[in-house]
Design a protein around this ligand. Structure first.
Ligand SMILES: [Zn+2]
Ligand SMILES: [Zn+2]
Length: 249
């Protein structure tokens, strides 16, 4: 699907979902396809922080759409870093365990499905994290992306968050563990402030960060708290080209 026309408050549909996904790291929460005040806030944040506008309009005009494309190109995502390292699945699982849960509770935390790639929203949010880390002189990298059921078996893990819904980011070059921990905490704070992420999973339809007790020297970021309609197969990608292409609806 071609994407790129101008959008404004009151618009609805797939193009708005795409805008909301691409701006997930700018006060984003819900890719519901409804251009309301929340989407306006996303666009305004992007216009202020990335485009340097002093009076953002909140309207995704042609210049803003072009700036979003340029922002994507300036923050490439390395899919080799994201691929599963099990040596069996080919990088992004085998699509196993659809509709299967660990235990009897059908909550996303226990969903065993190997989603077909990594969720586009978390990757666009990662681009924004790279953007906001830049002025601090920090270079972000992915130290763990897809971890399929075979990879879990090899490492004795049971969590299925990394079946496409999560990435672990790292900040390169901390001179000590203590400074690494401090920087990871600062990055989590930035993502709460700039991306509307939450620490933990208590709110629905918010991007989640693991707390420092679980992730001391890395930053885990996931979309586990989203309703299943926002976790449809079409939102998961295996290539850089797919990340930058709006899915067919
Ligand atoms: Zn694998
Ligand atoms: Zn993680």
């Amino acid at each position: 699907m071609a994407w790129g026309g101008s959008l404004k408050r009151g618009d609805k549909g797939a193009d708005v979902i795409e805008l909301q996904m691409r701006l997930a790291g700018f006060r984003g929460t819900l890719p519901d396809g409804d251009y309301g005040p929340g989407t306006e806030l996303q666009v305004s944040s992007f216009q202020r922080d990335v485009m340097g506008q002093t009076k953002p309009t909140g309207q995704a005009d042609a210049a803003t759409i072009a700036a979003i494309a340029a922002f994507g190109a300036a923050h490439p995502v390395d899919f080799q870093q994201l691929a599963c390292r099990c040596g069996v699945c080919g990088g992004f699982g085998r699509g196993l365990f659809k509709g299967k849960y660990r235990g009897t509770v059908k909550a996303e935390a226990y969903n065993r499905y190997e989603y077909p790639g990594i969720h586009r929203m978390i990757l666009w949010a990662y681009r924004a994290a790279m953007f906001y880390a830049g002025p601090k002189g920090w270079t972000l990298t992915i130290n763990s992306g897809y971890r399929c059921s075979e990879d879990n078996r090899q490492h004795g893990r049971s969590s299925t968050n990394h079946h496409g819904k999560a990435i672990d980011m790292d900040i390169l070059g901390a001179p000590s563990k203590m400074i690494d921990r401090e920087r990871c905490n600062t990055l989590r704070g930035l993502l709460v402030e700039k991306a509307n992420a939450q620490i933990g999973w208590s709110a629905a339809n918010r991007k989640s960060l693991e707390p420092a007790e679980i992730a001391p020297t890395w930053v885990h970021y996931d979309v586990r708290s989203y309703d299943s309609r926002y976790l449809a197969d079409r939102y998961f990608v295996k290539t850089a080209a797919a990340l930058d292409t709006a899915p067919m609806v």
